[in-house]
Design a protein around this ligand. Structure first.
Ligand SMILES: C[S@@+](CC[C@H](N)C(=O)[O-])C[C@H]1O[C@@H](n2cnc3c(N)ncnc32)[C@H](O)[C@@H]1O
Length: 268
């Protein structure tokens, strides 16, 4: 049995995301309802609510996580693809909480201990997936994850909707590039991709309340993420955080220039 405390530091960041989702789900005007997020925290003996005395970066990260969760929910449901791949799925429960079109096959990839922990908690909750969900334990920095995904039933000959949520910032530029190159090789034309845009403005990372997270950041492809994708057969669209947040009725400033990218595959 996997004990959460024995997981790597980067895997534990999935629990921080679950805490934000539990906190938002309990709010009066929540942008989404994640009924399982609290169970992950309870299984670790961790509080499900966020401290209210957080520093400014912590508050900004919570905000960004809430907006991105709802934004990606909507993007995935509207993708028109019946294959969905969540890379570094962590404790994401979209398979269990969204109303997927019938026939949707959804693949979740993450490190084996994370998926084992997730399975144990969701089984105890008698959670039932609302699509054909397959967990694919894999190291996304390895050269074998693509084969594992195909062995699990993924069809690279048909379009897929890919989500890379909350991962690239924990990778170096080379690691992020290698991962996205493999995604491209598996992506038939008209496949879709969602991911975060790297920060372009000035960001202060000296907020001690989230130092256990920001100390793990390696930057990914940073502010050049969209340009990288455009150079690798993806048509991109930028979605600045402030624009998306205003759409959901939560206007904000966006000094860090953060936001999201959606992309459509043009050719293999
Ligand atoms: C911040 S969490 C995001 C989880 C999820 N996407 C979400 O938004 O709820 C980062 C996740 O990346 C996963 N991860 C980090 N490095 C990985 C790797 N090399 N292979 C697979 N998963 C990895 C961690 O285990 C963790 O679940």
């Amino acid at each position: 049995m996997t004990h959460w405390q024995s997981l790597s530091a980067v895997s534990k960041t999935a629990l921080a995301v679950a805490r934000v989702r539990a906190d938002e789900s309990a709010a009066g005007n929540a942008l989404f309802d994640d009924p399982y997020a609290e169970a992950f925290l309870a299984a670790c003996g961790e509080p499900a609510r966020l401290p209210r005395d957080w520093g400014p970066l912590a508050v900004a990260l919570r905000f960004q996580t809430v907006i991105r969760t709802r934004f990606y929910d909507d993007q995935l449901l509207q993708s028109g693809c019946d294959q969905v791949v969540l890379l570094a799925a962590g404790l994401d429960t979209r398979a269990y909480r969204l109303s997927w079109p019938s026939g949707t096959r959804l693949y979740e990839l993450d490190l084996p201990p994370v998926l084992e922990f997730k399975h144990r908690v969701l089984a105890a909750q008698s959670a039932g997936s609302r699509c054909d969900r397959t967990a694919v334990p894999a190291d996304l920095l390895s050269t074998t994850w693509a084969d594992r995904l195909v062995d699990a039933g993924f069809d690279p000959g048909r379009p897929a909707a890919w989500l890379v949520e909350g991962l690239l910032v924990y990778l170096t530029a080379d690691e992020a590039g290698a991962l996205l190159r493999t995604v491209g090789e598996l992506s038939a034309p008209l496949s879709r991709l969602g991911l975060e845009r790297g920060r372009s403005g000035r960001t202060t990372l000296d907020d001690p309340s989230v130092a256990h997270i920001t100390s793990l950041w390696k930057g990914g492809l940073g502010a050049g993420t969209a340009e990288w994708l455009e150079g690798h057969c993806w048509d991109t669209e930028a979605h600045p955080l402030d624009t998306v947040a205003a759409h959901y009725g939560r206007p904000t400033a966006n000094p860090s220039g953060t936001g999201f990218i959606t992309a459509v595959r043009t050719t293999r």
